[in-house]
Design a protein around this ligand. Sequence first.
Ligand code: SAM
Ligand code: SF4
Length: 482
Amino acid sequence: MNYKYDDKGMMKNFIDGDKINYLIKNSNEPDLKELTDILEKSFSVCDALNIEEVARLMAVKSRDKWELVFSYAEKIKKKVYDNRIVVFAPLYASNICVNNCLYCGFRSQNKEAVRRTLSMEEIKKEAEVLAGEIGHKRLIFVVGEHPRTGAEYIAGALRTIYSVKVERKNRINNIRRVNINAAPMSVGDLKIIKEAGIGTYQVFQETYDKNLYLKLHPQNTPKSDFEYRLYSHHRAFEAGIDDVAIGALFGLGDWRFEVLGLVCHAKELEKVFGVGPHTVSFPRLEKASNSAYDGVKISDEDFKKIVALLRVSIPYSGLIVTCREKPETIRSVIPFCTQRDASTKIGIGAYSERYSEQALKKQQFELGDTRSLEEIIGELADMGYITSFCTAGYRCARTGDHIMKMLKSGRESKFCKLNAVLTFKEWIEDFANSDIKKKCEKLIMKEIKEILSEDRRFSIDMKKMFFSYYQKIAEGERDLCF
Ligand code: SAM
Ligand code: SF4
């Protein structure tokens, strides 16, 4: 069978670099009325803004106007996703790579890297720690690009991880959703990993500036094909995967270009498939061992602007901040975000082998936040955010264009809240120690009061069902969701 987006002829670069550069240079700072109009449009319609509008937002100079952008970013997050933060952990399974991305510790020319690929048995051990000791329900599985870690390996890993069941306090704990961050693949290969139960397929374009892209990804490597990577998500949709995630690596070039590139990418997916990205990532370049590219520094102040701009520009997408960042940086952007990782280790085999010297040598870059899930949950609770272990979307058919309508209308936020409370309750029952338990229970009571008081958002039937689920979870039943 011939697939449309396997065909090179179909892959035209839809990122208009000249237009983006023109807008960055020539967009005027909006006055207060113009600024409010753009932000209000984002808040009320929840459609992606056009790049002319985003470029105007980027031209904002005054502190007061930026504060207004930040306050809308927070409001939009709350409207679409409520006050929950979904947590996950990365599982780095292999650092062998045929590419030579100048900025990455896994690149083939980094002769100092200690290479390793986990066997299925070792992947199982990692999943056992993540599900059984820490209490994670959602993972992102990460591999370099190599024939040994292609679709069959990834599909095997998915099956292995889903098969792990760890008993704790007489209850079974397991990983319920595995997302993948891996190289671009053909439609046939993507079908193999779809079949094995992939959650979201995540590929970052790194930079949307094609000239810079070609400099950072040497010509004799597969990753040098800018368009093949740009169409990764098109092929995923063709393969039947309806949750895709985009991202750019900030610090390779001009951050303004990347924000506009991400917006163009989201709008392209909406135009062709009627569905935008499930999530958008904005990793910032970290110092990697033996890196051959220093990049450009993105200040914490600009980083906050980037995240807020993405929030208002693509209001319906989840935004993921990671432990690459320091705790204080994460705290400054978390009001705009929907997901973060916790208890993160990025060495190959690092969860089951703990922090061994060997594991550290196999990691891609240095982490900014190495705190435990428990510490992070406590901090989020202090900030008024409920930690969610929800994996419901995919299994309850709230995916693809259906979820887009729910998100844009703000209707998804009620499910986000109910599922956050239910999955948080599960974690408290199964994993919280007595110190943190009190704090978590207090937060749950506050959330329940809110659910009870909001008759417009939560129908009587919904409330009844919620309390019945809540009761069953307290009695030991698991995996009940809306
Ligand atoms: N090999 C696959 C690829 O390149 O798409 C997936 C794995 S790669 C380890 C995942 C992501 O790590 C890349 O897409 C890139 O954005 C990010 N990354 C690479 N080097 C990095 C660095 N030095 N600092 C922060 N993130 C980095
Ligand atoms: Fe390999 Fe991905 Fe690192 Fe590039 S970014 S060297 S493709 S692991």
